[in-house]
Design a protein around this ligand. Structure first.
Ligand code: ATP
Ligand code: MG
Length: 245
C-alpha cells in the first residue's frame, strides 16, 4: 500500500483495488470479488467518492439498529475481509455484535484464511465455521449459517451481499442493514436500511455513530430509526448518481 501516493486524485479507489488484489493473493477473496469491486468503483465515481448526507443518516440509523438489537450479527465475505477487517472488528466491539463469515463461493480454506485474517485484526470470536443451520429457500452452499449466529440474529449487517441471499434473509424476518454502492441492486432494495456508500467509508462512520450513541436511551435510538426514510435515501442516492453522469 506504500506505493500509492496519498495525493493521487483517485487514491481511495486505487487503495481499494489494491486491497482486493492482496485479498485474492492471500486466498481471502475470490477472483469474482475483483469484478464486484469494479462495479462498486464505477458507482462510487458517480457518487463523487464521498459519503452523501442520506448515507450518513443511514449509517446512523444502522448504528441505532445494532445498538437496540438483541442479537446483532455482522456478515463478512471475501471483499469485506480484504477491505475493512479491523474496521469490522471495531464496529462489532462498539455494538456488541458477532462477526460471522459467510461466503458466496464457500471453501474450508477460504473460511480458515478469513478467520485468521480477522483474528490478526483483533477479532476474538469468529462465527461461520460451524455452518450448522440453513437459510430457507436458498441453494445449499449459500444457505449455510451458524445456528447461534445469523440464523437466530434479529439484526444483520450484510455488506456487498448478493440479491438472492438478501431476499432470503429478509423473508426470515430479519432487520437487514445493507451496504451497497448500487442503489438499484436488489440487496439495498430489500434492506430496512440501505446504505449507499463505499464500505471503506461506511463501516468506520457507523462505528463512530455507535460510539457516540453508546449512552443513548432506547427512546433516542428508536427516534433515530423512525426518522430515517429508506425510500428517500434510495432516491437521493439515485439522484446523486444521475447528476454525476
Ligand atoms: P445482485 O442483483 O444479485 O445484487 P449484483 O450485480 O449486485 O447482483 P454482486 O457481485 O452480487 O452483483 O454485488 C456486488 C455489489 O457490491 C454491487 O452492487 C457493487 O456496487 C457493490 N460493491 C462493490 N464494492 C463495494 C464497496 N467497496 N462498497 C460498497 N459496495 C460495493
Ligand atoms: Mg447486488
Amino acid at each position: 500500500e506504500e506505493e500509492i501516493p496519498e495525493d493521487h486524485p483517485r487514491y481511495q479507489d486505487l487503495l481499494t483495488r489494491h486491497r482486493i488484489e492482496t485479498g485474492v493473493e492471500k486466498g481471502i477473496t475470490h477472483l469474482q470479488g475483483m469484478h464486484a469491486e469494479g462495479r462498486g468503483s464505477a458507482f462510487d465515481y458517480l457518487l463523487g467518492e464521498e459519503t452523501i448526507p442520506s448515507a450518513d443518516a443511514a449509517e446512523r440509523a444502522a448504528a441505532a439498529h445494532l445498538l437496540l438489537a438483541d442479537h446483532p450479527v455482522l456478515s463478512i465475505n471475501g471483499n469485506v475481509a480484504a477491505l475493512v477487517p479491523g474496521e469490522m472488528v471495531d464496529l462489532a466491539d462498539a455494538t456488541d455484535a458477532d462477526l460471522e463469515i459467510n461466503l458466496f463461493n464457500r471453501t474450508d480454506e477460504r473460511i480458515a484464511a478469513i478467520a485468521d485474517h480477522l483474528r490478526e485484526h483483533g477479532a476474538t470470536e469468529v462465527k461461520g465455521l460451524e455452518a450448522d443451520a440453513r437459510i430457507p429457500n436458498l441453494d445449499h452452499q449459500r444457505a449455510k449459517v451458524d445456528a447461534d449466529g445469523i440464523y437466530e440474529a434479529d439484526v444483520v449487517l450484510v455488506p456487498l451481499e448478493d440479491g438472492d441471499r438478501a431476499e432470503a434473509l429478509e423473508a426470515m424476518g430479519k432487520t437487514e442493514l445493507v451496504i451497497d454502492l448500487n442503489p438499484l441492486s436488489r440487496s439495498p432494495q430489500v434492506a430496512e436500511v440501505p446504505i449507499v456508500d463505499n464500505i471503506i467509508r461506511a463501516v468506520p462512520n457507523m462505528a463512530a455513530h455507535a460510539q457516540e450513541l453508546a449512552d443513548a436511551g432506547e427512546g433516542e435510538l428508536e427516534g433515530i430509526i423512525e426518522a430515517f426514510d429508506r425510500e428517500e435515501a434510495l432516491e437521493e442516492a439515485e439522484e446523486r448518481i444521475r447528476s454525476g453522469l
